[in-house]
Design a protein around this ligand. Structure first.
Ligand code: G3H
Ligand code: 13P
Ligand code: ZN
Length: 335
């Protein structure tokens, strides 16, 4: 059993309370590679932002769970080396799908876990979430739960239609499970294709898709039911069109990729939404930079040559999200 506290990590409790009160959101960036980890830490240190580094089941399969945990421990030391005296870094399990997976992460030093029972019948979601909460809280690890199903593919949880979270269920769910935060469904979804073209309109000038707005009415109803309770938005990449254009210009094929407009995420950050999940934008930033670099330098083959601009591009994107969208810059609790 390793306590995250011995690794210099923190749980989400204090940072969420401050974010809800202060009207900003904490970035939750997924990482699978060293370059993503470095870019996240550099961005968080430069902007003096708390940050959640999250690991999916897929990331554990790709990179190895132990390596990722040591990378997060390394991230704390790296942040200090970059000049941040008291880094506020959470190591979070993204979309945990079983008690055993959550327990494994808690036992190896994660400071926060998500148990995603959103595909289960309501009572089963409650029972599973409660079991994880009871175990996690023994070690002061915080737990994110999910109610409502996001459209598209949610790890192994598939759903054809978007089922918004039902506001009338949230009080019962939060009370009976004891979860620390709640991921809700208000129209976001995972990946770079969040909406089908027929769900969008088209900007006559650029020809780009304009997605339908998020269901802010549902969010506000939930906020009224659970005043001050931390709300999480998954599937919140905005799919920057300049990155999509770069990818397509250098041999990629991402027609009609579309995300959540940043103005809507900015608006959500001012509400009880205090954690915003971004993964696809990092993938796009990395892929765009690598495609461009390799096309322009066909004789290069040292991965350091193309991973360096990829890391720079991700760092730029993370800083942009922190400062221009979520507003978590200069929000470290301990200066
Ligand atoms: O929720 C989805 C995240 O973007 C993680 O994706 O399962 O492919 O690592 P992944
Ligand atoms: P995106 O695919 O929009 O980046 O969402 C990531 C996410 O929700 C991770 O849990
Ligand atoms: Zn997610």
């Amino acid at each position: 059993m390793v306590s995250y506290k011995d690794l210099g990590l923190v749980n989400t409790r204090a940072m969420f309370a401050a974010a809800v009160k202060g009207g900003y959101a904490i970035p939750a960036f997924n990482f699978n590679t060293m370059e993503q980890m470095q870019a996240i830490v550099m961005a968080a240190v430069e902007t003096k932002s708390p940050v959640i580094m999250q690991v999916s089941k897929g990331a554990r399969n790709y990179a190895n769970a132990t390596i990722l945990r040591y990378m997060a421990q390394g991230a704390v030391e790296y942040a200090k080396e970059l000049g941040c005296a008291h880094p506020e870094i959470v190591l979070h399990l993204d979309h945990g799908d079983s008690f055993e997976l959550c327990k494994d992460c808690i036992d190896m030093g994660f400071s926060s876990v998500m148990i995603d029972g959103s595909s289960l019948p309501y009572e089963e979601n409650i029972a599973l979430t409660k079991k994880v909460v009871e175990y996690a809280h023994k070690y002061d690890v915080t737990v994110e739960a999910e109610l409502g199903v996001l459209a598209g593919v949610e790890d192994e949880v598939a759903s054809e239609v978007s089922h918004y979270t039902k506001p009338e269920e949230v009080i019962d769910f939060a009370t009976r499970t004891g979860c620390d935060s709640l991921a809700i469904s208000i129209g976001t979804s995972h990946g770079a294709y969040k909406f089908k073209p027929e769900q969008c309109t088209r900007d006559p000038k650029t020809g780009k898709l304009v997605p339908p707005p998020l269901a802010f009415d549902v969010l506000h109803e939930i906020e009224k039911k659970l005043p001050g309770f931390p709300i999480v938005l998954h599937g919140s990449s905005s799919v920057p069109q300049d990155e999509v254009d770069t990818i397509n210009a250098y041999g990629g094929k991402l027609p009609d990729a579309v995300g959540i407009p940043e103005e809507q995420l900015r608006e959500a950050s001012k509400s009880a939404v205090c954690k915003i999940n971004i993964d696809s934008d990092s993938r796009l930033a990395m892929t765009a930079a690598i495609r461009k670099y390799l096309a322009e330098n066909p004789s290069h083959f040292d991965p350091r040559q193309y991973l360096k601009p990829a890391r720079e591009n991700m760092k730029k994107m993370y800083i942009h999200k922190i400062v221009e969208v979520l507003g978590s810059d200069n929000k470290l609790l301990q200066k």
